[in-house]
Design a protein around this ligand. Sequence first.
Ligand code: PLP
Length: 364
Amino acid sequence: MKFNDSLKDMKIYEAGKPIELVVREFGIAPEDVVKLASNENPKGCSPLVAKEIANNAHKAYLYPDDSFYELKDRLSSRFDVKDENIIIGAGSDQVLEFISRALLSSSDSVLMSRVTFAMYEIYAKQQGAKIIRTASYEHRVDEFIEAYQEHKPKIIYLCTPNNPTGDGTTKEDVFRIIDAVDSDTLVVIDGAYMEYAKAKDRAYEIKPTDILDRENVIYLGTFSKAYGLGGMRVGYGIANKELIKELYKMRPPFNITTLSLVSAIKACEDEEFVNESIVLHSQEIKRYEEFAKEIGFEYIDSYTNFITYLFPDNMNSTEISDALFKEGVIIRNLASYGMNAIRVTIGTAKQNDRFFEMFRKVVA
Ligand SMILES: *Cc1c(COP(=O)(O)O)cnc(C)c1O
């Protein structure tokens, strides 16, 4: 059987390793496994949300309200936009997929930074599009504009703050790129970690209302990170209504589940939980910065809920990740991104203690 040519050199997305795998492979008790690999919220989800899911469990037989009326209503109040500006996806991942399918064919290219969210490439390649990357891992305005002028890509992905490096791009720089691009190119602002960035420095905050008057810009957000609902798969895209109308043509009916919908609506009522999560995070990330200084390697200043450690040549990220894994500490090795680095999700104080302890043991 002959599959699409574009699949030939395509890699499968490498998800963070699950706790179950460590339990199975090394016989470590599940409670001793520390998973700091997928940028989940270490506080879990809001207790109000957990209760709401339990209370609605009997509705599992019902399809959800396919208009997502209530959830859009909450989001439109939070972001000061209209229902018609919002599309809901099974994670913002699904919105990325809609965007790709709505815009790309094999004669198109897409532009992104050298090290960024792996799904941009995968969705683009599914459409046969060509991938262009800038030279730096961070989003450099001059590199983006130069590559844009040379290749005229159909889509530019701006992941800010960026995963898996954690660095942010200021609103000013994002708009310098947007302003340099004409309306045939869609600019995607992936704000999966925006809640963390805006808490750290307002200059890095991009609001959906900032881009609503642009015909060729879309903002993406998710409930998977700060809201602690990675397992429920709910994300959204916000843009002008014409763009949203086109993306809607890609959407299958009932694309999030009845219980996902219930959980996201409830999560919008508990902003306190998100604030507490961010407070915990900002305390704990300082310990990671101190730790790097103490051991003697570099880290990237983080605007997200994870930190990227950059190793010198005498430390190997693959060896360190494998050794940590055997101790039941799951983190993300960035070797496959061409970096001698690891990405560690900031956990609870206890999880972080365990990480520091095992890291010392492994490098000793
Ligand atoms: C986690 C993440 C997403 C989306 O996650 P979903 O769970 O699909 O909403 C999108 N972009 C980046 C950069 C992410 O890290």
